[in-house]
Design a protein around this ligand. Structure first.
Ligand SMILES: [Zn+2]
Length: 276
């Protein structure tokens, strides 16, 4: 699944490639998918997107906004899989959930894996959508300061018991993070995924904040994770420290064997010695 760095990479590459292109035909998928959210019928999507011009893309959290001007915004949310640009003359993929052909013969396709939203809104109305409306600051936003971070923890701790992994991956508390990047953040912060957030001392709060910001910055700088694809079908450059390849091998810091466990809807990889 795409996380914040992959969405920011896609938006940046879209802005290198798509603005100014005119939509010749916009089609929704040819491949049924149970957990794909559309808000338009295929006919409506085709009619509303036709003749529109692509504006500047933006990403926030796990949501990407591509203006189709005048008046509309294509929203891709919480997707995995592939969002691909195809230069003129490229072959079309067999299966897709979104297929937008431009007048210059190039096209954009999107195919998601687990789930995802592919919706078209009248400009501005997308801001009222669930998960977009009232989105908290993401780690790529200037508002995500250490002062904000401490205030967030102070707000969440009385609410209910949460672990460090729950803080990073559940309820959109830190929008844009997911199970993949959370592994490396917890490793860098030297925190066990189950560590309760109400037991973080001042040093651990600071370490976790710094790990979030530094990890997100690194993954963005390297164009996303190595197991996800960018707009041009190229894998990202960021190799995860803690993933299935690390399990059973020595921790790079201390040499203890990296363990894996199922926890909160995903596999965790962690060093039982470094992460407390
Ligand atoms: Zn270790």
């Amino acid at each position: 699944m795409f996380e914040l760095p992959e969405y920011l990479t896609l938006a940046r590459q879209m802005n290198d490639t798509l603005p100014g292109k005119t939509v010749q035909r916009g089609q929704l998928g040819n491949s049924p998918h149970k957990f794909l959210w559309y808000n338009r019928s295929p006919e409506e999507f085709e009619r509303l997107s036709q003749g529109k011009t692509v504006g500047q893309a933006q990403a926030r959290g796990r949501w990407l906004f591509l203006p189709l001007e005048p008046g509309y915004v294509l929203v891709l949310g919480e997707c995995g899989g592939k969002v691909l640009y195809h230069p003129p003359g490229s072959g079309a993929p067999k299966k897709y959930h979104l297929y937008i052909t431009f007048e210059d013969g190039s096209f954009l396709t999107a195919t998601t894996q687990m789930w995802g939203a592919m919706e078209l809104y009248a400009q501005g109305e997308e801001q009222d959508r669930e998960y977009i409306k009232d989105m908290r600051p993401t780690p790529a936003d200037p508002e995500f300061t250490f002062v904000y971070w401490n205030a967030l923890l102070d707000e969440l701790i009385p609410e209910k018991k949460r672990s460090a992994k729950a803080l990073l991956t559940q309820d959109q508390l830190i929008p844009g993070l997911g199970n993949a990047i959370a592994q490396d953040i917890l490793y860098r912060a030297r925190l066990h995924p189950r560590h309760p957030i109400d037991e973080l001392d001042a040093g651990q709060r600071q370490a976790l904040y710094e790990a979030i910001v530094a990890t997100v910055r690194d993954v963005i700088a390297q164009g996303g994770r190595y197991d996800e694809y960018d707009l041009y079908g190229q894998p990202g450059g960021y190799v995860r420290l803690m993933d299935k390849k690390a399990a059973g091998h020595p921790c790079p810091e201390c040499g203890a064997v990296v363990e894996k466990m199922s926890y909160l809807g995903g596999t965790c990889y962690f060093c039982p010695s470094c992460q407390v």
